[in-house]
Design a protein around this ligand. Structure first.
Ligand code: ZN
Ligand code: MN
Length: 480
C-alpha cells in the first residue's frame, strides 16, 4: 500500500460551568431537571426577548485563550448562525463568525511516541485556529415512536475550540483531547469537561494524502469519549486507505457516524457544498472590546499545567508517586506550594508525603489556616501520635501565628516524656500483669500484639512515638 499521510483536525465544544446560561439568567445546571423547566423567553428565543451576554463566560473564554497561547482579539462580536432543527426552535444560534475572542493558539505535546511525525523535536505543536463562544441548542429525546424536545440545555455557554489539521494519527487526537481536557479543567478552570456528561464533545475531520492527491474529508460528529474518537478515526482511516485508489479524485466531504456498540462507522451524508448559514452580526449584542478585561491578571490566575507541576516537584526531589498524585489535583498542588513557602524547601518530601497520603485533610485546605495547621502537625506524624497531635492542634489553633518550628518543638518536648528506659519499664509491667496473654502470644496467637499495644498506648497517653513503642514491645514479647 502507498505511504499515505493522515491529517486530522478537531472541533471541540466545551461547556462552561458558569452559574447562569449564556444570554439569560436561567440556571446553567439543568442536568437531571424536568424537561423544559429551566427556560425563559430569552433561551427559548421568543420574539422580542433580548439576550444579555454573560460576562463570566466571556472572561473564561479569554482566560482559556491565554492558557492556549492564543492572540486575544481587540474587538470581538456575536453573530447569528441560521439553520433549522427541532432542537433550535428560534431558527438561529448565537455564535461568532469572523471575529472570535481568540485566535492562533497552540498546544504542545510530548513527541516521544509519535513515530509518524518526522520531527526530531521533543515536543510537537498542534496549532489552534480559533476559540469562539456560542450557545448550545436543546436536546431531542426519541422514545416510543415520538421525538420530544427538551430545551433546558438551550442557551448553555459553549466554547468552541478549532484546531488546524496538525494531528497525524487517531492516537495523537486522543492524547490532544486528554491534554485539552486537563487545560480547561485545571489550568483555566472553566469547565468540568466530562466527556460522558457531554460537557466536552468532539467533531473530527480526517483525510489521507500521498502528497499530491487528497482523499475526501470525512467528518465524524459528536464523539463523546476519548476512546471513541480514537476508534472511530482508526476505522475511518482504514476505509479511506482501502478506497484511496478507487475514489474519484475530486475534493469532497462526507459526514460519517460512529456506532460505539458495534464499533462500526457508517456514511450519514455527502456534502455537495458548504452549508449557507447566512451569518450576520447579532443586532441585539454590541461588539466587545478586550480592553474591558485585565489580561495580565487573567494570565496570572492560570494554574500551571500538569507537566510544569511535575517538573517542579521532581526538581524538589519529591518521589515520583507523590509527585504524580499532587500534580493531578490543583487543590493538593496549591497546598504543596503554600506549605513549601511557609515551611521551607527542606521539608518538601515530608509535605508531599503527607499530602499524597492524607487527601481527606486537603479538601478545604486552600486558604484555610485551620487546615494548614492540621497539616503541619500531620507532616510530622511519624514523630507523633493521634492524641498528642490533637493537643498540638489545640495549641496551634489557639495561636494561628505559630510557626512550623514552634509546633515541631512542642511535639518534640511532648515526645521526650517517655524515653526508652521508661517505656521498657512500662512494657515489663504490662507483661507481668498479663501472663495468660503472654503465653498465648508466644504460642502463636500473634494478633494479641494489639492487646499489649493497646495497654501500652493507654499507659503512655499517646505521648510516645508509636513506632518506637511498637519496636520495643515486639522485642520484649519475642525474647523469652
Ligand atoms: Zn433562559
Ligand atoms: Mn459550534
Amino acid at each position: 500500500m502507498k505511504d499515505l499521510k493522515t491529517t486530522i483536525g478537531l472541533e471541540i465544544h466545551v461547556q462552561l460551568k458558569t452559574k447562569s446560561k449564556m444570554f439569560c439568567r436561567c440556571d446553567n445546571f439543568a442536568e437531571g431537571k424536568a424537561p423544559n423547566t429551566v427556560v425563559c423567553p430569552v433561551c427559548l428565543g421568543l420574539p422580542g426577548a433580548l439576550p444579555v451576554a454573560n460576562y463570566q463566560a466571556i472572561e473564561w473564554t479569554i482566560k482559556t485563550g491565554l492558557a492556549l497561547d492564543c492572540e486575544i482579539a481587540k474587538v470581538a462580536k456575536f453573530d447569528r448562525k441560521h439553520y433549522f432543527y427541532p432542537d433550535l426552535p428560534k431558527g438561529y444560534q448565537i455564535s461568532q463568525y469572523d471575529e472570535p475572542f481568540a485566535t492562533h493558539g497552540r498546544v504542545e505535546m510530548s513527541n516521544y511516541k509519535y513515530q509518524t511525525s518526522n520531527s526530531k523535536e521533543e515536543t510537537i505543536k498542534i496549532r489552534l485556529n480559533r476559540i469562539h463562544l456560542e450557545e448550545d441548542a436543546g436536546k431531542l429525546i426519541h422514545s416510543g415512536g415520538k421525538s420530544l424536545v427538551d430545551l433546558n440545555r438551550a442557551g448553555t455557554p459553549l466554547m468552541e475550540i478549532v484546531t488546524e489539521p496538525d494531528i497525524t494519527s487517531p492516537e495523537m487526537a486522543g492524547d490532544f483531547l486528554r491534554k485539552l481536557q486537563k487545560i480547561v479543567r485545571d489550568v483555566s478552570e472553566v469547565s468540568e469537561a466530562s466527556m460522558e456528561k457531554g460537557h466536552m464533545r468532539c467533531d473530527a475531520n480526517i483525510s489521507l494524502t500521498d502528497g499530491t492527491i487528497m482523499s475526501p474529508i470525512i467528518e465524524l460528529k459528536n464523539l463523546n469519549s476519548f476512546k471513541f474518537v480514537e476508534k472511530a478515526l482508526t476505522l475511518v482511516r482504514a476505509h479511506l486507505a482501502e478506497t484511496y485508489d478507487s475514489r474519484p479524485k475530486k475534493l469532497s466531504k462526507e459526514t460519517w457516524g460512529y456506532d460505539s456498540v458495534n464499533n462500526k462507522v457508517y456514511l450519514q451524508r455527502r456534502k455537495e457544498e458548504a452549508a449557507d448559514y447566512r451569518y450576520f452580526p447579532c443586532p441585539d449584542l454590541p461588539p466587545f472590546e478586550s480592553s474591558v478585561f485585565d489580561l495580565n491578571k487573567l494570565r496570572s490566575e492560570l494554574k500551571e499545567d500538569v507537566e510544569q507541576k511535575l517538573t517542579l516537584l521532581r526538581d524538589l526531589d519529591v518521589p515520583g508517586t507523590y509527585a504524580g498524585t499532587i500534580a493531578l489535583n490543583n487543590k493538593w498542588y496549591d497546598s504543596f506550594i503554600l506549605l513549601r513557602q511557609r515551611i521551607g524547601d527542606d521539608y518538601c518530601i515530608d509535605i508531599a508525603e503527607a499530602i499524597a497520603q492524607l487527601p481527606t485533610y486537603f479538601g478545604d485546605l486552600k486558604g484555610n489556616a485551620v487546615g494548614e495547621i492540621d497539616f503541619k502537625a500531620e507532616v510530622i506524624k511519624n514523630r507523633s501520635t493521634k492524641s498528642a497531635m490533637r493537643k498540638i492542634f489545640e495549641k496551634a489553633l489557639a495561636n494561628p501565628e505559630m510557626t512550623y518550628l514552634e509546633i515541631k518543638s512542642i511535639i518534640d518536648s511532648e515526645m521526650n516524656e517517655f524515653d526508652d528506659e521508661k517505656i521498657g519499664t512500662l512494657i515489663t509491667d504490662i507483661i507481668e500483669k498479663n501472663p495468660n496473654e503472654l503465653n498465648r502470644y508466644r504460642q502463636g496467637e500473634k494478633q494479641l500484639f494489639g492487646f499489649f499495644m493497646g495497654k501500652l498506648m493507654k499507659e503512655t497517653q499517646g505521648k510516645a512515638n508509636p513506632q518506637k513503642l511498637n519496636q520495643l514491645l515486639r522485642e520484649k514479647l519475642e525474647t523469652k
